[in-house]
Design a protein around this ligand. Structure first.
Ligand code: GLN
Ligand code: ZN
Length: 772
């Protein structure tokens, strides 16, 4: 039996890499200083794993920005627009960062490459750009250098390389008339060159990450898999290949995966433990099996008893020499080190494991599965069992009244009192809004001052009353300003919130926070997801104070602002001892109570943001409907407890609704605001075709850029919208919250937006008069 790890977090337990990169970008440190910090982190990570007892320590899992971009540079898939940079600054690292972040220097202005989510994680990778007949060449020696670096540290590391087929599937065709998989033939020689050099350097094992083997595959993709791995095996009879799959089970791709002539096949037994039986039944004799039993995506201590059962079963069938024990996927998605958390509740802390601890778990599992008599490991096992028992029975986790309430949810709780057609009339009477009503998505600029108040308040340099008064001033100013420029539905501005999930997480019972539990989201950006450890409940109202205050200082309508249950779930570490749907329903009930309290406080319009509902879609299409069914239901539980005249809004900030449009309609929000401006309203076609019955606010300008849109542009977009959606169903708003923008551009943009809405409404009224 051997142990290995699929990848280690590279940011450092105190986010050293983030800080170093940002200092380099702003010119505060030199390139060699950045590279030294990078190297130090690599060595530190290798040593942690080696000392823990990992047999195959990974290398090339480190990256200054993203591992997919590393591969793009390695194989020289550099889009032409960066040629000039290569000329102007013959420095590989700058070219690399330019591809990641764009380049505005030396008289050049070059856009960055696109970024998108890494499967169903919150990690974002840089999307390779492919062209017809593209040629590749070995451009960067990063893989070779990292292997050499590990060797100098005394480690014969296992290079982690994105498999050729997955690399192509992760990319995007930038011109018509070819399929990216056709490029396999051109790319293969570069992979072979790399492998040759690694073999010469003394590499024994190579890990190819092929996560697409756990997804739905086209016939062409399957064929490419067969072709590529046959060629590679023919060229390298001695190198040992590990094919790593993760995030789902192999399912219908099992026979394909076992036919690729690898030496080791890695499967994710956290996401899909059920696959083990079938894998064991069909695995060829010359293939070893790597069991991904330690969860790389969540922060819970491994349940040794459960894992050992899986390992023992596999060892019985295959013999222990054919077994590898591993993390389920790269630990990139885990925070670094639990030891640095000194303020966590100690009972909860005892249930957790971060990357450093997970590596130790992998080793302990091997020892225990091999029948060790070593006291240290036997004690670890006892402690592990005790922690599992403590977690099972803890009063911190279990709240019977919450459980009973979730069990008692009935059909009626998931529906508004009447259908939208009836509600619409009630709402029009109650709200008296004009045609093309204007609103915003919730947040207004979080200026340096606002953030400094929060920092001072947290440090105790401002009292609650002082902090409150500052926020009230800012809220008041924002309300008055919205009144002045003539916005119809106002927002309070969300100045009291640090983050749309954290703000609610901090106030809900059953959720806790770490101090350093950072996980890389993209480049130098890290997030610190809340930990949902127990039954979730709401001890007291969370937002009523601010909504009520804002409503009290204006005659106009102020919209209440909440984060929806699916988004809170999706952006947190979620407990693994009950289905996600149950946890989601608990959060939904807490939000439902908040909605009811807002109604009681006189708030007539309430927005429940669900930007994450689509990204929660399972990787396999066969699982979509089950997820959508409970996710949409949870939203409805959160939003259905109010009277007909209360208008429920929701907001989602992504495109691509076509395949889930009927589920979005099923959410039955009275109004949905969505991102649209970048796609020039094309997105609305899905709504038009489907005849989306409720009201829609297609974003008329892109808030992700400081650019101020003209009134004419927005009029044009509104006319486009009106061509496909009836005018009385349309709202006018930016495409997302304004918290990252400055006041200056926000003021100009929103003024122009209000004028655009008036102009379109006027011309429509005139047309109607002519038609009469
Ligand atoms: N209400 C939130 C805001 O305006 C919504 C943010 C989001 O959609 N991501 O900031
Ligand atoms: Zn948004």
């Amino acid at each position: 039996m051997q142990t290995h790890n699929l990848g280690y977090p590279r940011i450092g337990s105190k986010r050293e890499l983030k800080k170093a990169c940002e200092q380099y970008w702003s010119g505060k440190i030199k390139l060699h200083e950045l590279l030294e910090i990078g190297k130090k982190l690599c060595i530190q990570n290798w040593n942690i794993q080696k000392q823990a007892g990992i047999d195959l320590v990974p290398c090339n899992d480190f990256s200054y920005y993203d591992q997919v971009l590393d591969m793009t540079l390695t194989v020289g898939a550099i889009p032409k627009r960066y040629n000039q940079i290569a000329v102007k600054s013959n420095n590989e690292q700058d070219l690399y960062f330019a591809m990641a972040r764009g380049y505005q220097k030396n008289g050049l202005d070059i856009t960055a490459m696109e970024m998108t989510k890494w499967f169903d994680t919150n990690y974002h990778y840089i999307v390779p750009e492919f062209y017809k007949d593209q040629e590749f060449q070995l451009f960067s020696n990063k893989i070779l250098n990292e292997f050499e670096g590990a060797k100098q540290t005394g480690i014969n590391a296992k290079p982690v390389i994105i498999g050729l087929v997955s690399y192509l599937l992760l990319g995007k065709e930038k011109e018509e008339g070819f399929n990216k998989l056709d490029l396999a033939k051109n790319l293969l020689p570069v992979y072979i060159e790399i492998l040759k050099k690694l073999e010469q350097q003394g590499a024994e094992y190579i890990q190819f990450d092929e996560p697409f083997l756990a997804l739905d595959l086209s016939d062409k993709a399957k064929e490419t898999f067969r072709f590529v791995y046959k060629e590679i095996r023919a060229k390298f009879p001695k190198l040992k290949f590990i094919i790593a799959t993760y995030f789902d089970g192999l399912k219908d791709n099992l026979s394909l995966a076992t036919s690729l002539q690898a030496d080791v096949l890695h499967i994710d037994l956290v996401r899909n433990p059920e696959q083990l039986e079938e894998v064991l039944a069909t695995i060829p004799n010359n293939l070893s099996l790597s069991l991904g039993v330690v969860d790389g995506r969540n922060i819970w201590k491994n349940n040794f008893e459960k894992s050992l059962k899986l390992i023992e079963k596999a060892a019985e069938t295959l013999g222990s020499e054919r077994i590898f024990i591993a993390s389920s996927c790269s630990l990139l998605h885990s925070p670094c080190d639990l030891d640095v958390e000194t303020q966590l509740n100690s009972e909860i802390k005892n249930w957790l494991a971060f990357a450093k601890q997970k590596v130790e778990e992998v080793v302990a599992l091997k020892e225990l599965a091999s029948g060790t008599t070593d006291e240290t490991f036997l004690n670890i096992y006892t402690e592990n069992k005790n922690a599992a028992t403590s977690r099972n029975n803890s009063s911190l986790i279990h709240n019977n009244s919450v459980k009973q309430r979730v069990n008692a949810i009935n059909e009626k709780d998931t529906r508004r009192k009447n259908s939208f057609n009836i509600r619409k009339n009630e709402q029009h009477k109650a709200l008296k809004l004009p045609l093309f009503p204007t609103t915003t998505i919730g947040s207004f600029p979080q200026t340096k001052e606002v953030r400094s108040w929060r920092a001072k308040f947290k440090k105790g340099e401002l009292t609650t009353v002082e902090y409150d008064n500052l926020l009230k001033e800012e809220t008041k100013r924002t309300i008055k300003w919205q009144e002045d420029i003539g916005i119809d539905v106002l927002v309070h501005g969300e100045f009291e919130r640090n983050d749309m999930v954290e703000y609610f997480g901090e106030q809900l019972e059953g959720i806790t926070f770490t101090k350093y539990g950072w996980v890389q989201s993209y480049g130098s950006r890290c997030v610190k997801p809340p930990i949902i450890f127990g039954d979730v409940s709401r001890p007291k109202p969370m937002t009523v104070y601010w909504s009520q205050y804002a409503q009290s200082i204006t005659q106009k309508l102020v919209k209440g602002m909440l984060t929806g249950p699916v988004t809170i779930l999706q952006w947190s570490f979620v407990r693994d001892d009950q289905p996600r749907s149950v946890t989601c329903n608990q959060i939904a009930l807490a939000i439902r109570d908040e909605v009811a309290d807002l109604e009681k406080a006189g708030i007539k319009i309430i927005q429940i943001d669900e930007p994450a509902i689509r990204e929660g879609l399972p990787l396999r299409k066969a699982d979509w409907q089950n997820y959508l069914q409970w996710a949409v239901r949870a939203f409805r539980i959160s939003s259905s407890g109010v009277n007909d005249e209360i208008q429920i809004h929701t907001h989602m900030c992504y495109s691509e609704f076509n395949d889930v449009i009927h589920n979005i309609a099923d959410m039955d929000a009275d109004v949905i605001t969505i991102e649209c401006s970048r796609s020039q309203m094309e997105l609305l076609d899905a709504f038009a075709e489907f005849k989306y019955p409720n009201e829609i606010g297609p974003g008329v300008y892109d808030i992700h850029s400081p650019r101020v849109p003209s009134k004419e542009e927005m009029v044009h977009l509104l006319e486009k919208a009106q061509a496909v959606i009836p005018a009385n169903q349309l709202w006018v708003n930016p495409d997302c919250g304004l918290k990252t923008r400055h006041w200056e551009e926000t003021e100009k943009a929103l003024k122009a937006m209000v004028e655009a809405s008036k102009q379109v409404a006027n011309s429509l009224t005139k047309k109607e008069l002519v038609n009469q």
